[in-house]
Design a protein around this ligand. Structure first.
Ligand code: SF4
Length: 363
């Protein structure tokens, strides 16, 4: 690896920012949307918005996999825990609010809820405690779904099953194009997800919606370069799909991971917090793996779920309609230490990212 590659070079950042400014004079007001918690972190942490001209706005869409879990699916996990089943999940999921409480509160009330770093950790626990029923709460986008798939297709302890809550990014991007008054002019598609799915699922955006789309990496200059590439398309009056991140993202994605996902899961409608049900946006086990589905195995029944908590604006933050600091609770009654909404819980949540940057700037 070069010592100071272009994607970390401060001089290069200034040059791209200058080129963006020149194109902004031609293009007028432009709104660019990304759908990735890591992109928001890079943009906020490195203060990239301050390098952009006032005509260029970058907004965050539904890119945090924990924030978009609907309350009803947290309720399902709590119901399983209350039945005496051991729930294993990633740490971020613990504090995400369900309709009335969270997994953390269930744990405080005596439920067996354990944090793991990977599904394989949960399986190891289950092997050590064969008498107990274990459920892994499988959350995440296309980046984490293959690791669930590979375990589901392998040999599992008899009393191990999954509460699957995986979601797919392209349908959420498509939804944003239908939100009145959002008026997006270009998408930065997420690099991590794209390493799995490749470029094809994004072709719809330039082809059908005439929406410039660039798959972007996560270094500051990757993001600036992606914005520049979008600005260049806009100034040319073109809509293309471009890959700014070819050092990681291949056009075919990761065929092995896709094959595993396809063997284990079928694409289904899925609910997103504050957004509602989106067609073809979730993964469910194929019929032959229904025995691994904790919802079926333990007859989980919950009602619709309460996604929007009183005063919380997460449902508007998630679709980029407002910025976190436009919520009246931001850093007042809702903080990283005491989050009210899901967007303040996960390190990938937009409110959490903004809160961290605000706190750092105030130090
Ligand atoms: Fe929800 Fe808190 Fe963000 Fe407001 S600041 S939108 S309450 S997470």
């Amino acid at each position: 690896m070069e010592e100071n590659p272009w994607f970390r070079d401060a001089q290069f950042a200034k040059q791209i920012a200058q080129k963006i400014k020149e194109l902004a004079t031609e293009n007028g007001d432009v709104k660019i949307c990304h759908v990735c918690g890591t992109h928001e972190w890079t943009i906020t942490h490195y203060g990239l918005r301050s390098l952009l001209p006032p005509e260029v706005e970058v907004i965050a869409g539904p890119g945090c996999p924990v924030c978009i879990i609907p309350a009803s699916e947290i309720d399902e996990a709590i119901q399983l825990a209350q039945k005496g089943i051991t729930i294993t999940c990633f740490g971020d999921v613990l504090r995400v609010p369900g309709s009335e409480s969270s997994l953390l509160e269930a744990k405080a009330d005596g439920a067996d809820v354990r944090v793991v770093y990977a599904v394989s950790d949960a399986i190891e626990m289950a092997k050590m405690e064969m008498e107990k029923q274990f459920v892994f709460f499988a959350v995440g986008f296309e980046t984490t779904a293959p690791s669930t798939a590979v375990e589901a297709l392998g040999k599992l302890p008899e009393k191990f099953s999954f509460l699957v809550s995986h979601r797919l990014i392209p349908p959420a991007m498509e939804l944003l194009l239908g939100v009145d008054d959002l008026q997006i002019d270009g998408f930065i598609a997420p690099g991590h997800v794209s390493t799995i799915i490749g470029l094809k699922p994004y072709e719809v955006f330039p082809k059908v919606y005439r929406m410039p789309t660039v798959v972007g990496g996560f270094e500051p200059n990757d993001v600036l370069m992606s914005i520049y590439m979008l600005m260049r398309q806009i100034s040319q009056g073109k809509a293309r799909l471009e890959n700014e991140y070819p050092r990681v993202v291949k056009s075919e994605g990761n065929p092995k991971a896709l094959e595993l996902m396809n063997r284990a899961f079928k694409v289904s409608p899925g609910s997103w917090r504050g957004i509602g049900k989106l067609e073809n946006s979730a993964l469910l086990f194929r019929d032959e793996f229904v025995g691994l589905d904790a919802r079926v195995k333990f007859d989980v029944q919950v009602s619709e779920g309460k996604d929007v908590l009183k005063g919380c604006q997460c449902h508007r933050v998630i679709i980029g309609k407002i910025k976190p600091n436009q919520c009246s609770m931001f850093l007042k009654t809702c903080t990283p230490a005491k989050p009210v909404g899901a967007c303040m819980v996960s390190s990938e949540g937009t409110c959490r990212v903004w809160a961290k940057a605000t706190n750092q700037n105030e130090k």
